[in-house]
Design a protein around this ligand. Structure first.
Ligand code: PHE
Length: 333
């Protein structure tokens, strides 16, 4: 049986060695004849198995010889290995997930204006997700984001936004800071075509001396132009505990204005992100002196933007792993 395994794995590039292989196993004084001579000494009840095994050895060796000869003769005849006219094997290529496609586009746009990428844990503590962001215990705005807590410990939760990564980044780095934080976030919301209990965000943070609201506005205009083509945005006053002043950013999604092919459906003003000037309390909490530095922050949902850009009608498609859906993104970036 050992010899069978040995013969099966034999390989060579030389016809001479194939011949030597044949002689070793099937020649007059070869192993097969040697085993065959043993046959008469084998006890009767084992004869059957022994006979089958040595016949198998003979067949395996003969097969190897034939296969190697065919291969080597082809090489000799054609000067190449194998038959080049044979059709190739089909390699089925994967495709990027639409979330990744859109996330990478956003990262690229901000990377070109000097933002790096930072990441943090999806399971967070209260400090990084809430308290450091000017949301102390019992602050009513905590209810703005329905939170999943881990078992019974109210201090450990699934992050509700990637602002938590910005806190970590400020704690670990000195200004100037220019970073974006992409990642998955979780909120205890009913699942429907429009919302899910988890989704993806990219949040951005810029801290330096003399950073103003005008810088924020211009950065966002630059982003939407790169992302959506020639686009109109508007900022509506809003409220976030970690920014002051705060605003909501709408982009005009319609055909009546100078938009390009990426904005296909005329749906009017659409909210795409929240933003504002980082609240001085947040800077202090993270070890940055608000008298010396100021900055802006913004945060957007990747899923929502992916739905818009790729005309996807149901957010649930993004997490169902249906190949009929995913394969449609083969030609995308
Ligand atoms: N963290 C906010 C959210 O998840 C978004 C935001 C980020 C708003 C930064 C303002 C500044 O809704």
């Amino acid at each position: 049986k050992e010899r069978i395994a040995e013969a099966k794995s034999f390989t060579t590039n030389s016809l001479d060695e194939v011949e030597a292989f044949r002689i070793k196993y099937l020649g007059k004084k070869g192993l097969f004849n040697e085993f065959f001579a043993e046959f008469k000494n084998i006890p009767n009840e084992q004869k059957k198995e022994f006979g089958q095994t040595i016949n198998k050895l003979k067949a395996v060796v003969q097969e190897r010889i034939d296969a190697l000869k065919t291969d080597l003769e082809t090489v000799e005849e054609k000067g190449v290995y194998g038959d080049l006219t044979r059709p190739g094997d089909i390699v089925s290529l994967g495709s990027r997930h639409p979330i990744s496609i859109v996330k990478n586009q956003i990262i690229d746009i901000f990377a070109r204006i000097g933002f790096n990428v930072s990441e943090g844990p999806e399971i967070e503590d209260d400090w990084h997700n809430f308290t450091a962001l000017n949301l102390p215990e019992y602050h009513p705005a905590r209810d703005m984001q329905d939170t999943f807590f881990i078992q019974t410990d109210p201090d450990i939760l699934l992050r509700t936004h990637t602002s938590s990564v910005q806190v970590r980044y400020m704690e670990a780095n000195k200004p100037p800071i220019r970073t974006i934080s992409p990642g998955r976030v979780f909120r205890n919301e009913a699942i429907s075509a429009r919302s899910h209990c988890f989704f993806h965000q990219v949040e951005g943070l810029y801290i330096d001396k003399d950073v103003s609201f005008a810088d924020l506005k211009q950065t966002l205009q630059h982003f939407t132009t790169e992302m959506f083509g020639k686009s109109k945005i508007r900022l509506r006053p809003s409220y976030f505990p970690f920014t002051e002043p705060s605003a909501e950013v709408d982009v005009y999604w319609g055909l009546e204005t100078e938009t390009d092919y990426r904005m296909t459906k005329g749906t009017g003003w659409l909210e795409i992100m929240g933003c504002g000037m980082v609240d001085p309390n947040v800077l202090t909490n993270c070890g940055i002196d608000p008298k010396e530095y100021s900055g802006f922050a913004f945060g957007m949902g990747i899923d929502r933007i992916a739905l818009l850009l790729h005309q996807i009608s149901d957010i649930r498609l993004l997490s169902e792993n249906d190949l009929r859906f995913l394969e449609q993104f083969k030609s995308a970036l």
